[in-house]
Design a protein around this ligand. Structure first.
Ligand code: NAD
Length: 356
């Protein structure tokens, strides 16, 4: 075993079916009394459910959360919180809504409570992103970390099956890259393997299980548990090639977040496999497969997730520029960044080739 540094994050986590009902108590626990509820227009119903549970402790509902946190939306939400006299914000939704909560926390003293309804993992991290003039800037700041996270598997029951699988693959990517991170440690490796295994069990049932069945309910539970673990990995150790590629493809070519992770992950793992054999062994073991890149590819394909960048709308003519962008910053990765091999990785991702 190598020496390591472990830095845990102090968020309070409440996990369980129906745990949303404890929201008022959680607001009291952080010493707040008037919450601004945040959601997207698509999840207004969930926002209203939260507002109803809060009753008199609800200062208002802001339902304009949007992908990539436009700066104008962040400003409007901050101003709404100030005008309504809110002393905390409750973000219910996926990474976009939690991202809006983080943008509020960045420039005001308001604590955030996050109620994740996808598996993206943002609620566990100190990473924020804000888009200004078409450019998304990201950074890290301890102030944006939600003070409390409520994981209620009943809230992800409405996440469409296809989105659930893609979001689960997004979470697996955090854990898979955690294994070969420059600053990983044995605790994080345990969380990563357990998180991937939870998705390995859950995603086939979420994709194909009978609506309303106990198996499907249990799979939603497993998946949200996996999301917490994988989000903790993302929060604690540095990511590598896979996350950089997805950031480039999402930011510069407008590709959808979770689906891009789904397509790129098996190819990024195949690229890194020769330099990270122990990581590959543990990813494969978590999924019960013989090869990590193929096990990840097969999990996506068998459960109806996209496997090619072509089907996400990327053009073949974009691949050279994507490769240039991916090569433009050097960052720690188990295998050095080799231009020809990265270009081939992107070609394989574009075509959806099953890793050899
Ligand atoms: P999202 O938050 O953009 O959600 C996609 C859509 O699904 C939205 O319309 C949302 O309202 C809807 N939705 C979410 N949960 C639902 C549910 N249970 N039922 C029905 N509809 C539901 O998607 P995402 O993949 O969770 O988040 C992606 C964004 O989060 C990206 O911008 C990404 O950069 C960011 N992100 C940030 C971090 C971080 O650490 N800062 C980590 C992961 C993702």
């Amino acid at each position: 075993m190598k020496d390591f540094l472990y830095i845990g994050r102090p968020a309070r986590v409440l996990f369980g079916a129906g745990s949303l009902q404890h929201l008022q108590r959680e607001i009291d626990t952080i010493g707040a009394s008037r919450a601004l509820v945040l959601c997207t227009p698509q999840q207004r119903e969930a926002g209203e459910q939260v507002a109803a549970i809060l009753g008199a402790r609800c200062a208002g509902l802001f339902d304009q959360a949007a992908m990539h946190v436009p700066i104008e939306t962040a400003r409007e939400a901050r101003e709404t919180a100030r005008r309504l006299g809110a002393d905390c914000a409750v973000a219910i939704g996926g990474g976009s809504t939690i991202g809006l909560g983080k943008a509020i926390a960045l420039e005001s003293p308001l604590p955030i409570l996050a109620i994740p309804t996808t598996y993206a993992g943002s609620e566990m991290t100190t990473v924020f992103g804000i888009t200004e003039g078409g450019v998304k800037k990201t950074g890290r700041d301890e102030r944006v970390l939600p003070r409390t996270v409520i994981y209620d598997p009943e809230l992800s029951a409405g996440l469409p099956r296809a989105m659930s699988v893609a979001s689960g693959m997004n979470a697996i990517a955090h854990a898979a890259e955690g294994f070969y991170s420059v600053n990983t440690n044995p605790i994080i490796d345990l969380l990563a393997e357990e998180g991937i295994a939870a998705f390995g069990r859950a995603l086939p049932v979420i994709a194909h299980g009978e609506a309303g069945s106990e198996a499907l309910r249990q799979a939603r539970y497993d998946a949200l548990y996996g999301a917490w673990l994988c989000g903790t990995v993302l929060a604690t150790v540095d990511m590598a090639l896979h996350h950089k590629l997805c950031h480039t493809l999402g930011g510069s070519f407008g590709l959808p977040h979770a689906e891009t992770h789904t397509v790129v992950l098996p190819q990024a793992l195949a690229y890194n496999a020769p330099a990270a054999p122990e990581a590959m062994r543990r990813v494969a073991r978590a999924l019960g497969g013989a090869s990590a890149p193929r096990a990840v590819f097969d999990l996506a394909q068998a459960n109806g997730a996209p496997t090619s960048l072509r089907e996400l709308g990327l053009k073949a003519s974009d691949l050279d520029r994507a490769c240039d962008l991916a090569m433009s910053n050097q960052y720690p990765n188990p295998r050095p960044l080799e231009r020809a091999a990265i270009r081939q990785l992107l070609q394989d991702a574009f075509e959806g080739t099953r890793p050899a």
